[in-house]
Design a protein around this ligand. Structure first.
Ligand code: NAD
Ligand code: UDP
Length: 330
């Protein structure tokens, strides 16, 4: 049986495909390549198309024996979602509806889902656990919460079991050096800081230094992308063993401010990395740090690439060896 990976040519999806290949899984990737890269898919069968295209998805389900889906395909930028929320509802919410309907039609009853810390909004407690309230502060997080709720009702009505993984901030690159982060435009903090280190940007803009945090900049929990990938493999195993639907946080449990990230990047790269303080970015909560106890206990997840310095070094290895990323877009 094959695992269908939607968005498998993207940053996190390609690392999950690599982890699935390492243990000999049969893989089918669906990706529009709007953000993803053909070269990022290290194995399996790649279908280029959109999951909202019904005839295209019929071909994918008819040509393969799929027993589980890992669903990465989405728009995922906080700032952009505040400007064009309609695109987020269309691609994320309607896209997931299309996927769940196809799964139901073809009798596929297991889905692992890329959710996010943005479902929580401004947290009541730090670290955040899965029982804390979910009041998103941006349209992106709101669409991810809507997708989780949709999966709940497809479980109730059709028995499709889901594991929703709420990632905190993915960072780093695969240890092979073959795959890494390459978004266009890039908006994530660590790759932008490294682009500044490479001289591809004049400086890093810090979005706000007036938050209620020790140095005034936002605090996030950075988790290595390969540790995230491992959690997906464990989640597929758990669903295959007949487990019920569940939600898990995935983070390191340690928060770093934007200024701390820049400081560590300066020491890893040995470059100056100029910094300019700018206005806050709409939709950003001040602090997002995970409690991942539940994932450790129930999934047996053991993230071990936890030092931020090592995470940034793995990203730096990728960016310095591939300053133009995959270099496959016009
Ligand atoms: P990404 O943009 O690199 O990957 C998403 C992939 O999905 C891209 O390759 C894109 O081409 C594809 N895609 C999007 N819409 C599609 C559609 N309708 N049909 C077919 N393919 C489509 O993003 P990423 O950083 O790898 O994130 C993957 C998932 O993880 C997303 O769902 C995101 O919301 C979630 N997430 C990411 C982070 C993070 O720190 N990067 C944190 C929390 C959650
Ligand atoms: N950030 C920043 N400058 C940038 C990009 C990001 O100051 O050029 C900040 C952003 O405001 C947030 C943190 O870095 O507080 C992490 O942002 P990112 O977009 O990487 O991830 P998010 O937490 O939004 O998923």
């Amino acid at each position: 049986m094959a695992v269908l990976v939607t968005g498998g040519a993207g940053y996190i999806g390609s690392h999950a495909v690599a982890a699935l290949l390492e243990r000999g899984e049969e893989i089918v990737v669906v990706d529009s390549l709007r953000q993803g890269h053909r070269k990022a898919v290290l194995g399996g069968k790649l279908y280029v198309g959109d999951l909202r295209d019904s005839a295209f998805m019929d071909t994918v389900f008819q040509e393969n024996s799929i027993d589980a889906v890992i669903h990465f395909a989405a728009n995922s930028l906080v700032g952009e979602s505040m400007k064009v929320p309609g695109q987020y509802y269309h691609n994320n919410v309607y896209g997931t509806l299309c996927l769940l309907e196809k799964m139901n039609e073809y009798g596929v009853q297991k889905i692992v889902f890329s959710s996010t810390a943005a479902t929580y909004g401004e947290p009541e407690n730090v670290p955040i656990d899965e029982f804390d309230r979910t009041v998103p502060t941006n349209a992106y997080g709101e669409t991810k919460l809507a997708m989780e709720k949709m999966m709940k009702w497809f479980d109730v009505a059709h028995g499709i079991k889901f594991i929703s993984l709420r990632y905190f901030n993915a960072a780093g690159a695969h240890e092979s050096g073959k795959i890494g982060e390459d978004h266009d435009p890039e908006t994530h903090l660590i790759p932008i800081v490294l682009q500044a280190a490479l001289g591809q940007r004049p400086h890093i803009s810090v979005f706000g230094d007036d938050y209620a945090t020790p140095d005034g900049t936002c605090i996030r929990d950075y988790i290595h992308v390969s540790d995230l990938a491992d959690a997906h493999v464990l989640a597929v195993d758990r669903l295959r063993s007949g487990a019920d639907s569940a939600v898990y946080n995935l983070g390191n449990g340690q928060g770093f401010s934007v200024k701390e990230v820049i400081g560590i990047a300066r020491s890893v790269t040995g470059r100056e990395i100029p910094m300019v303080i700018e206005a806050r970015r709409a939709g950003d909560p001040a602090v997002l740090v995970a409690s991942s106890e539940r994932a450790r206990k129930e999934l047996g997840w053991n993230p071990h690439r936890n030092k931020l310095e090592d995470i940034i070094r793995s990203a730096w290895n990728w960016h310095s060896a591939n300053p133009k990323g995959y270099n496959d877009k016009q």
